[in-house]
Design a protein around this ligand. Sequence first.
Ligand code: NI
Length: 158
Amino acid sequence: MAVRQIRTIGDEILTKKCKPVRELTPRMAQLIEDMFETMYESDGVGLAAPQVGILKQIVVIDVEDENQYVLINPEIVEASGSQTDAEGCLSVPGKSGTVTRPDHVVVRCLNEKMEPVEYVGDGLLARCFCHEIDHLQGHLYVEKVEGELRDLEEEAEE
Ligand code: NI
């Protein structure tokens, strides 16, 4: 396991579309382990492969609901409701912004064993699914922010 370097906004790789994963190679399994380690190291709740420089459709998520979600080739097949709340991203360090997302999302994807699965997310998990799947399309949450991006330190002092 290894912590990988997180690419930050301005890095072109974050604007590119990711390719689907066809087979789970040992390298890919290693990447998934490293993505979890990198995410935990930075206190994140989700990480997409392009954030560590790999243009593959792979996402890891842990919103502390006792699941470690691995999403390979994910697709949102159902979205409903709406939530407006603060959002951040490890690729946009020190910042936060208000984004409206669906409140309920169903994702169809492959898991870490390349088995087809469906994940249902509400609230934070739904937000996470949408945010991370956006990364795979080359989109950052800052494109969807309502109002200004805020500074995290300033917010903590208020
Ligand atoms: Ni992000």
